[in-house]
Design a protein around this ligand. Structure first.
Ligand SMILES: Cc1cc2nc3c(=O)[nH]c(=O)nc-3n(C[C@H](O)[C@H](O)[C@H](O)COP(=O)(O)O)c2cc1C
Length: 334
C-alpha cells in the first residue's frame, strides 16, 4: 500500500473542490515527486471517474481522491428561512433567486464504487469519519484510507475506525474546516499544541497543512512530526489549476481572510469580502446553505462580482505565485 514516507518530495497537493483541482494539476504534483489529489466534492461519480482516468493517463505515480462524508444533521427550518430572506437584497442585486435549502449526500455510494473501481493510491475523507467497514474495504483493496482531522479527539476516533494516515488540518487552512461534526466551532488551541497531541496518539503517517506559505513552514511542520506537508492555497495560481479568473485576481486584490459559515453553513476560510462581512451570524447547515447560496455565487462569478463570489484561501494567500505546479512543488520542497 502507498505510504506518504515513500514520496520523493514530502508534499501533498491538497484536494480543492469547486474547480481548482484538475487532472492536470493532480498529475503535475505527482510527477514533481509529491502526491497529487483530485477533489470529488460537488461533482458526479461519472465526472470523478473521468477525471481520475485522465489523471492516471498523465502520470504513473500515486494519486489521491478526496470525498465529502455525508452526515444527517438537519438545520431548523425557521433558521434556514430567515437566512434565505436575509439574502433577498443581494439576490435582486445579481438578478437571480437564491436556491432552496436541501440535504444531499454528494453521491456518496456511487463515488465509493468509482474509487474502488479505479484504485488510486489513496482516498481521503473530510467533513466526517466513515464507518470502520468503509475504511477497511479501501485498505483491503490496497487503497490507503486517509481521514482529515482537526483535533486529537478526532484523530483518536479516526484511528479507532481504521484510518491508516491522517490529514491534519490546521486553523490557517483555506477552504472548509474538516471538523468531523459540522456543529463544532473550530478549536482555538494553538496549532503546534494540537499537532503535538495528535502526533502523540498516532502511530500512522501524518499529512499536515494549513497556511503553509513557503519552504520554512514545510521544514517546521516536518520537524514537529509531519511525514508530509499539504499545500492548497499555494497551488491556486498554478497554470494547471482550474481556479476561476475572479478567484485568481482576488488572491492579489484582497488583504485578509476570515472564517465564515455564510456561504455553505460549514465553517470555511476565505478572503474577507462584503458577503462574509454582511453575514457574520449565518446558521449551521451544510449542505443546505450551500444550495441556498449556489445561484448567487454562480451569478457573481459570471458577473465578475467579487463582493459576493466566494474565494477560499488560507492565511498564506499573499505568497501564492503563478507558474507550473512543478515549480511550486520544487519551491516548497525542503
Ligand atoms: C479552494 C479550496 C478548496 C478546498 N476544497 C477541499 C476539498 O474539496 N476537500 C478537502 O478535504 N479539503 C479542501 N480544502 C482544504 C485543503 O484540503 C487543505 O486543508 C488546505 O488547502 C490547506 O491549507 P492552505 O490552503 O493554507 O494551504 C480546500 C481548500 C481550498 C483553498
Amino acid at each position: 500500500m502507498f505510504d506518504l514516507r515513500d514520496l520523493d518530495r514530502p508534499i501533498v497537493g491538497a484536494p480543492m473542490a469547486g474547480g481548482p483541482s484538475t487532472p492536470e494539476l493532480a498529475a503535475a504534483v505527482t510527477n514533481a515527486g509529491g502526491l497529487g489529489f483530485l477533489a470529488a466534492g460537488y461533482r458526479t461519480a461519472e465526472d470523478l471517474a473521468g477525471q481520475l482516468e485522465q489523471a492516471q493517463q498523465l502520470t504513473n505515480g500515486p494519486l489521491g481522491v478526496n470525498l465529502f462524508v455525508p452526515d444527517d444533521f438537519r438545520p431548523a427550518a425557521d433558521e434556514l428561512d430567515a437566512y434565505r430572506s436575509s439574502l433577498a437584497g443581494v439576490a435582486s442585486e445579481l438578478g437571480v433567486e437564491s436556491g432552496l435549502p436541501k440535504a444531499d449526500d454528494d453521491g456518496w455510494h456511487a463515488k465509493l464504487e468509482a474509487v474502488l473501481d479505479l484504485r488510486p493510491a489513496a482516498v481521503s475523507f473530510t467533513f466526517g469519519c466513515p464507518e470502520g467497514a468503509v475504511l477497511r474495504t479501501f485498505a483491503d483493496a490496497g487503497i490507503l484510507p486517509i481521514v482529515t482531522v482537526t483535533t486529537a479527539a478526532e484523530a483518536e476516533l479516526a484511528l479507532a475506525r481504521g484510518a491508516r494516515t491522517l490529514a491534519v488540518q490546521g486553523p490557517d487552512a483555506g477552504g472548509h474546516r474538516g471538523t468531523l461534526d459540522q456543529r463544532d466551532e473550530p478549536t482555538t488551541q494553538k496549532f503546534e499544541d494540537t499537532l503535538a497531541e495528535i502526533r502523540a496518539v498516532s502511530q500512522v503517517p501524518l499529512a499536515v497543512g494549513g497556511g503553509v506559505s513557503g519552504p520554512d513552514d514545510v521544514v517546521r511542520l516536518l520537524d514537529r512530526g509531519a511525514d508530509a506537508v499539504q499545500i492548497g492555497t499555494a497551488l491556486l495560481l498554478a497554470d494547471e489549476a482550474g481556479t476561476n479568473p475572479l478567484h485568481r485576481a482576488a488572491l492579489t486584490d484582497f488583504s485578509s481572510t476570515s472564517l465564515t459559515r455564510a456561504y455553505t453553513g460549514r465553517v470555511a476560510r476565505g478572503l474577507t469580502n462584503r458577503f462574509i462581512r454582511d453575514h457574520p451570524d449565518a446558521p449551521v447547515g451544510y449542505p443546505h446553505l450551500h444550495h441556498v447560496t449556489a445561484p448567487l455565487r454562480k451569478a457573481a462569478v459570471v458577473q465578475g462580482n467579487a463582493d459576493v463570489a466566494h474565494f477560499w484561501a488560507g492565511t498564506g494567500f499573499a505568497s501564492a505565485q503563478p507558474g507550473p505546479a512543478a515549480r511550486i512543488i520544487e519551491r516548497f520542497s525542503p
